[in-house]
Design a protein around this ligand. Structure first.
Ligand SMILES: Cc1cc2nc3c(=O)[nH]c(=O)nc-3n(C[C@H](O)[C@H](O)[C@H](O)COP(=O)(O)OP(=O)(O)OC[C@H]3O[C@@H](n4cnc5c(N)ncnc54)[C@H](O)[C@@H]3O)c2cc1C
Length: 421
C-alpha cells in the first residue's frame, strides 16, 4: 500500500506505480471529516475563493485549525459554472494590481498545487464596435500600459488575422478594432476547486461538505461561531465567501452589504474542430466566446434584469446572446447547443469586489465579484487570507474595503466589467 502523500502527488513515479493496479488505488483527494466543536478560522463557501483562502491561511500564515463549510459539493457554486476567462486589463490602478496579482499566481498555480489547472494563455480580445467603444477601450489600453500590463490596441485587420472566422463588416455593429491582452486566457474551473481543496486538506484543513451555514452568531459586535445543519461550531474568525448568498448570511450577523444577486447564464455547443484560438468578448453586443480543449464553444450571456436566487436565468437573455454570436460568426449558424446553465452572482454598485473586515469583530467578507471573479481566484484568496490572519488588509485589497461605500472611494469598473465574464 502506498502512502496517502504519494497517492496524491502527481509525479511520474506515482503515475507508473498506480498504473500497475489499474489506477484503482489512488487515494481520496480530501478527507470527509465530521466538524469539530471549535476552529480558529471558519470559511463559509467551498468555491475557489474560499478553498484558496483556507490553503493560503494554512500555508503562508501557519494557521492549521481551519474549516471550510460548504452547503453542497465543492465548486457547486459559480466556481464550477463560469466560462473561465482570465485577464487583468481593468481600468483603475487598484483593480489592475488586484487582477494582475491573480494572473501572476495563475502562471505558477499548477506547479504550486501540483495539479494541472489547464491554464492556457491564449489571449483575450475586447471588441470595439463604435466610436465610443474605441475611445473607452483606447483609454483602458493606455491605463493598462501605465500599470505595466501587456494590453495593446489592434485595428480591424489585426483582429481579423487573429480570428479569421469573425464577420467584421456585414453586421449591425461592425468590428472597428479591439484591445488585446496576450497573457489573458482560460483555465479549468473544477481543477481550481479540487487543487486547492487537496492541498488545503493535506495541510490539515477540514473540508465539510453538505453542511449549510444557517446563521452567524455574534455577541456585542463580536463573532462567536456559526449555526449549521450539523450543529453549532465555535470560532472567533469567520470569512464569508458565499458569492450570491453572501448578503443573506451577512444579514444574520446584522450586516447589510451593498450587493444584488442575479442569475448569470452560459452555454456550450456540440464539439467541433479548432476554429477559434483566443477569447473574444464584446460589451456592445453582449456576447463572448472561447473554444474548450474538447472543442465545445463556451459562450457567455448576461445577467437577468432583476434580482433572483434561481440558478437558471431567462431564455430571452440567451436568445439575445446567441443572436449576437451568430451575427459575429455566421459559421456557427447551424451549430447545436449542448447545455445551458446559470449561477447566482453578487454585484456591487461599482462592479468591484469587497475584500474586507467589517464592524463586527472577527467577521470578514470576500464577495461582490459579480460576473468576473473566477479570474481573480488565486489573488483574491491570497490577500483575503492575509486580511483574516493579520486582521488588517493586504495593501492590494485595502482599497476594496466595505467602507468605500460610506466614504465614497468607489472603484468604478463598469466599463471593464459590464459584460458578463
Ligand atoms: C455563467 C457564469 C459565467 C462566468 N464567467 C466568468 C468568467 O468567464 N471569468 C470570470 O472571471 N468570472 C466569471 N464568472 C464569475 C465567477 O464564476 C465568480 O465570480 C467566482 O467563481 C466566484 O467564486 P467564489 O468562490 O467566490 O464563489 P462560488 O464558487 O459561488 O462559491 C461559493 C460557495 O458558497 C456556498 N454557499 C452559499 N451559501 C452557503 C451557506 N449558507 N452555507 C455553506 N455554503 C454556502 C455555495 O454553495 C458555493 O459553493 C461567471 C459566473 C457565472 C455564473
Amino acid at each position: 500500500m502506498i502512502s496517502l502523500d504519494v497517492k496524491k502527488k502527481y509525479s511520474i513515479a506515482s503515475i507508473v506505480k498506480n498504473s500497475f493496479s489499474n489506477n484503482e488505488n489512488w487515494g481520496k483527494m480530501w478527507r470527509n471529516p465530521n466538524p469539530k466543536k471549535h476552529y480558529d478560522v471558519i470559511i463559509v463557501g467551498g468555491g475557489g475563493h474560499g478553498l484558496g483562502t483556507a490553503y493560503y491561511l494554512a500555508k503562508h500564515h501557519g494557521i492549521k485549525n481551519i474549516a471550510v463549510i460548504e452547503k453542497g459539493w465543492l465548486g457547486s457554486g459559480n466556481t464550477g459554472r463560469n466560462t473561465t476567462i482570465i485577464r487583468s486589463n481593468y481600468l483603475w490602478d487598484e483593480s489592475a494590481y488586484l487582477y494582475d496579482h491573480a494572473v501572476k499566481l495563475w502562471e505558477n498555480l499548477s506547479e504550486d498545487l501540483n495539479y494541472n489547472m489547464m491554464f492556457s494563455q491564449r489571449g483575450v480580445l475586447n471588441l470595439a464596435h463604435n466610436e465610443h467603444d474605441i475611445k473607452e477601450i483606447k483609454r483602458r489600453v493606455s491605463a493598462n500600459r501605465l500599470n505595466g500590463l501587456d494590453t495593446m490596441w489592434l485595428d480591424k485587420n489585426e483582429v481579423k488575422d487573429l480570428v479569421p472566422i469573425m464577420n467584421t463588416d456585414n453586421l449591425r455593429y461592425p468590428v472597428l478594432g479591439a484591445a488585446y491582452q496576450p497573457r489573458g486566457g482560460v483555465a479549468r474551473h473544477d481543477a481550481v476547486a479540487w487543487g486547492y481543496a487537496m492541498r488545503a486538506d493535506e495541510l490539515g484543513v477540514d473540508i465539510i461538505q453538505n453542511c449549510e451555514v444557517k446563521g452567524i452568531k455574534t455577541d456585542n459586535y463580536k463573532v462567536e461561531g456559526v449555526e449549521t445543519t450539523k450543529g453549532f461550531i465555535k470560532s472567533s474568525k469567520i470569512g464569508v465567501v458565499a458569492s450570491g448568498h453572501t448578503s443573506v448570511l451577512a444579514a444574520t450577523a446584522g450586516v447589510r452589504l451593498p450587493l444584488q444577486s442575479r442569475p448569470l447564464q452560459a452555454l456550450v455547443s456540440e464539439p467541433i474542430k479548432p476554429v477559434i484560438n483566443t477569447v473574444v468578448m464584446s460589451n456592445a453586443v453582449h456576447a463572448y466566446v472561447s473554444q474548450s480543449d474538447k472543442g465545445e464553444l463556451v459562450i457567455g450571456a448576461g445577467t437577468d434584469g432583476y434580482n433572483s436566487f434561481t440558478q437558471r436565468g431567462g431564455y430571452d437573455v440567451i436568445e439575445e446572446t446567441v443572436r449576437a454570436i451568430v451575427e459575429l460568426y455566421p459559421i456557427f449558424g447551424k451549430m447545436k447547443m449542448l447545455r445551458q446553465w446559470g449561477g447566482i452572482v453578487d454585484i456591487c454598485p461599482d462592479a468591484s469586489p469587497i475584500i474586507s473586515k467589517c464592524d463586527v469583530e472577527g467577521l470578514y467578507f470576500n464577495c461582490g465579484w459579480g460576473t468576473g471573479g473566477f479570474k481573480a481566484t488565486p489573488g483574491s484568496a491570497n490577500v483575503f487570507a492575509h486580511t483574516i490572519a493579520k486582521d488588517e488588509p493586504h495593501k492590494i485589497n485595502a482599497p476594496f474595503a466595505l467602507s468605500r461605500f460610506s466614504d465614497g472611494r468607489l472603484i468604478d469598473e463598469h466599463g471593464a466589467a459590464a459584460v458578463a465574464h
